[in-house]
Design a protein around this ligand. Structure first.
Ligand SMILES: [Zn+2]
Length: 296
């Protein structure tokens, strides 16, 4: 059997307000459920968008869909416009995802600062970052979060240790190929890591001339039989300018008999299979700027 978990990273206010409803509609059309992970705190996108995505990808977006990837306001948040607190404006959209039967979890408090400055942040700053994100989640959904996935698949020893105290069922803080328990400073943590196993649309589109159809075909072919398959997407991309490409992607999964399961649905089975313990490393991956955490 082939199964896939769709991990939706929600990075911005705009992605929350418009991308969440778009993705809910597409997932409903294809009768699939996904796992949504929200950014709750300040939207400082204006400071970072040009760095989050590789230059080749932004150029490609400009050619195919000028100015549509992010709206003008998003590009200015945290620079000329003050950074809005996302959950104060988009709690309704977040609840909509849960009400539609999707899994919901934590992606970030301040996505941009974590992504850009992680290794320079103090333990106190990181502790507050986690606390603020978990509190916002609990305020919105009325119960503690059970799953979290970090911005840009980045983590370090401090984030893994801090997060481990929250008693999550799992976290997704790296790229890799199988579920595992991370070893940090000689100690095996209790929070299962569920890595993202497949390349993303924003990494592959335009790379060596790949079209959207090329990317969809490539990813369909990478889905493994009887193994963990995690595909990550962004409300700002697949729930925005590239929603048609994602629509085709979901249709292709159904045509190929690939079953969609949320992370939460998959985790009990992953845990029952007695996952290994491994230290995490870092590496660069094709099509993405900077490093990502990597399993073992
Ligand atoms: Zn993100």
């Amino acid at each position: 059997m082939k199964a896939i978990s769709l991990r939706v990273d929600v990075d911005t206010l705009e992605g929350s307000l418009t991308g969440i409803p778009t993705l809910i509609r597409l997932l409903e059309k294809h009768r699939m459920r996904a796992s949504f992970y929200f950014s709750f705190g300040p939207d400082n996108s204006g400071k970072a968008i040009r760095r989050i995505f590789r230059k080749g990808f932004l150029d490609k977006m400009r050619r195919t869909n000028p100015g549509k990837l992010y709206g003008f306001k998003t590009m200015m948040y945290g620079t000329l416009l003050p950074a809005p607190i996302i959950w104060k404006r988009a709690a309704a959209e977040m609840k909509l995802a849960a009400a539609a039967g999707h899994e919901v979890g934590i992606h970030a408090w301040d996505h941009v600062q974590y992504h850009d400055l992680l290794d320079r942040k103090s333990r106190t700053w990181l502790e507050a970052w986690y606390q603020d994100a978990h509190k916002a989640y609990a305020d919105i959904f009325g119960h503690p979060a059970k799953g979290a996935v970090s911005p840009a698949w980045r983590s370090n020893d401090a984030t893994l240790e801090i997060q481990d105290r929250y008693g999550l069922d799992y976290a997704g803080d790296c790229r890799g190929f199988e579920a595992f328990y991370p070893i940090v400073n000689g100690k095996t943590l209790r929070t299962l890591q569920v890595p993202t196993t497949l390349p993303t649309l924003d990494e592959l589109l335009g790379l060596d001339g790949r079209t959207a159809d090329d990317v969809n075909r490539e990813v369909w072919n990478l889905v493994r039989e009887d193994a963990l398959n995690v595909y990550a997407l962004h409300t700002e991309v697949e729930g925005g300018a590239l929603h048609d490409t994602f629509d085709t992607f979901l249709g292709g999964l159904n045509d190929r008999g690939v079953v969609a399961r949320t992370h939460a649905e998959w985790v009990p089975e992953l845990k029952a299979a007695n996952p290994p313990a491994k230290a995490m490393g870092r590496r660069e991956i094709e099509g993405r700027a900077g490093w990502v955490s990597w399993e073992g």
